[in-house]
Design a protein around this ligand. Structure first.
Ligand SMILES: Cc1ncc(COP(=O)(O)O)c(C=O)c1O
Ligand SMILES: [Zn+2]
Length: 411
C-alpha cells in the first residue's frame, strides 16, 4: 500500500495524512503527495494486475486498504460518427455516465467514504448540486454508513428522489448551491460527521484523478493531446492536471503537453467569463440560471486554479447557452448512443465550439469527459421534433401513421 502525506498547495508545509483539510500556517488547501518504492514498467504491471475498478490505481490513491468495490473502469468510446461531424479523426468520449449512481461523483465518494471509515466516522455528509448527493447516499448504503445530504431545492426531481431511495436523509435548502455550501460549513462545526467535499476534501478530490488514469491506460499508457472537462467547483479539472503530473512523475507515461479545455454553462460561467476577459481571478456569479444545475456553482473553490492551468496548457475555458447544451445532448445521443445530462451537454457543446473554431486540430487525440447520465434529467431535453406515433393496436393504424417509404426520423 502507498505511503502518502498531506502538503499545503500554497506554502508547501507538510502534514501527516490525518483528518485535516486546511493549512494551519496559511489556510491554504492541503493535497496528497505520494512516495512510491516502485515506478515505471513495474508500477504499470502492478496496476494492470489489480481489480477491474478504480481501485487498481490504489498506489496513487490515499487509502490504507482498497475495498472490493465496482466503481470506475468505464468505457473510453472511440467516437467516429461524432468525430466525423466535428472534423476530428481521433475523438474519444469517456463515458462516466455508467458508474453505480450514474455520475463520476461515485469516484470521489469512493475515496472519501473509505477515508471516513478509516477515521472512524459513522455518518457521511455533503453539499451537492445533485449528483454528489446520490453518490454519497449510494456509497453509504454499500458501506453500512449513514448519510445526510444537502441540496438546493431547485435541482431536478430525480436527483432528490435517488438519495431518499438509497436511505439517506435529504435536506433541501431554499437557496443557491453556494448558500447550501456556506450552511454546511456551519453545520460541520456542530456535528461530528465526515463532510466528503469539505472536511475530507483533500482525499475526496483524489478520486477525480482516476478518470485520467483510466484514459491513459485505455490509450495504451499514452496521454491524449487535449481534454474537454466540465467545470463546477473545478476539482475534476484541477485534479486531472494533478493526475497527469503524477503519471509522468512515476514513470507511467511519457511526458506530453496536454491541453486542458474547460466547459461551463453561460448561465453560470464565472471561470469562462474570467478567461474571456483575460482576468486572473473570477468574479462570483450570485444567481446562476441554467439547465445545467449540476454545474451551477457561482463561487468555485478551484476556479482561479482552473484559469491558470487553462492558460498554461494553451487551452481555453468556454461557455455554451442552454439551447446549445440541449442540442449537444441530442447530438451525442444520436451519433454515439450515449444519453448525457446537461453537464455532459455542456461538455459536448464546448467540444463543438472548439472544433468549429479551429482550436482543435483534426488529427489530435481529443477526449471529452461525459460525467452524468441523462436518465436523471429527462426534463432537460426536447424530443418534440422527433417522429413519434400513438396508434390503435392494428396494422392499418400503423400503416396510416408510418406509410412505407417515408423516412422514420425527421431531424
Ligand atoms: C455531472 C457532473 N459533471 C461535472 C461536475 C463538475 O465537478 P467539479 O465540481 O469537480 O468541477 C459535476 C459537479 O457536481 C457534476 O455533477
Ligand atoms: Zn500553507
Amino acid at each position: 500500500m502507498p505511503t502518502y502525506h498531506l502538503r499545503c498547495r500554497a506554502c508547501r508545509t507538510p502534514y501527516p495524512a490525518a483528518d485535516l483539510h486546511t493549512c494551519s500556517e496559511c489556510l491554504g488547501p492541503l493535497e496528497v503527495v505520494y512516495e512510491l518504492e516502485v515506478r515505471g514498467a513495474e508500477l504499470r504491471e502492478r496496476i494492470e494486475r489489480g481489480p477491474a475498478s478504480l481501485w487498481r490505481y490504489a498506489p496513487l490513491l490515499p487509502v490504507d486498504e482498497a475495498p472490493d468495490e465496482a466503481v470506475g473502469r468505464t468505457p473510453l468510446v472511440r467516437a467516429e460518427r461524432l468525430g466525423r461531424e466535428l472534423g476530428l479523426d481521433r475523438l474519444y468520449l469517456k463515458n462516466d455516465t455508467v458508474n453505480p449512481s450514474f455520475s463520476f461523483k461515485d469516484r470521489v465518494v469512493a475515496i472519501a467514504a473509505r477515508k471516513a471509515k478509516e477515521f472512524g466516522y459513522d455518518t457521511i455528509a455533503c453539499a451537492s448540486t445533485g449528483n454528489l448527493a446520490g453518490a454519497v447516499a449510494a456509497a453509504a448504503a454499500r458501506q453500512g454508513l449513514r448519510a445526510v445530504v444537502f441540496v438546493p431545492s431547485t435541482i431536478e426531481p430525480a436527483k432528490t428522489i435517488a438519495p431518499l431511495v438509497y436511505g439517506a436523509t435529504l435536506v433541501e435548502v431554499d437557496g443557491t448551491y453556494d448558500e447550501v455550501n456556506r450552511l454546511v460549513a456551519q453545520v460541520a462545526e456542530e456535528r461530528h460527521w465526515a463532510f466528503v467535499n469539505f472536511t475530507l476534501r483533500s482525499y475526496y478530490v483524489e478520486g477525480s484523478k482516476t478518470l485520467l488514469f483510466e484514459v491513459a491506460e485505455q490509450l495504451g499508457w499514452e496521454l491524449p493531446d487535449a481534454l474537454v472537462i466540465p467545470v463546477a467547483s473545478g476539482a475534476l479539472y484541477v485534479n486531472t492536471a494533478k493526475a497527469i503530473r503524477e503519471l509522468v512523475e512515476h514513470g507511467l507515461v511519457r511526458p506530453k503537453a496536454v491541453r486542458l479545455f474547460g466547459a461551463q454553462p453561460v448561465g453560470c460561467a464565472p471561470v469562462a467569463d474570467a478567461f474571456a476577459a483575460g482576468a486572473d481571478r473570477y468574479t462570483p456569479v450570485r444567481a446562476p440560471r441554467t439547465i445545467a444545475h449540476s454545474l451551477a456553482i457561482g463561487s468555485p473553490a478551484d476556479g482561479n486554479a482552473v484559469l491558470a492551468i487553462a492558460r498554461a496548457s494553451d487551452a481555453q475555458v468556454v461557455a455554451s447557452d442552454d439551447a446549445e447544451i440541449r442540442e449537444a445532448i441530442g447530438l451525442v445521443a444520436r451519433t454515439e448512443g450515449i444519453f448525457v445530462e446537461p453537464a455532459g451537454g455542456t461538455t459536448v457543446a464546448g467540444l463543438v465550439r472548439l472544433a468549429r473554431s479551429g482550436a482543435l486540430s483534426r488529427d489530435a487525440v481529443v477526449v471529452a469527459y461525459l460525467t452524468g447520465n441523462g436518465f436523471k434529467t429527462p426534463e432537460a431535453v426536447d424530443v418534440s421534433a422527433v417522429r413519434r406515433a400513438r396508434i390503435a393496436p392494428r396494422l392499418d393504424a400503423f400503416e396510416e401513421a408510418l406509410p412505407a417509404g417515408e423516412p422514420v426520423l425527421v431531424a
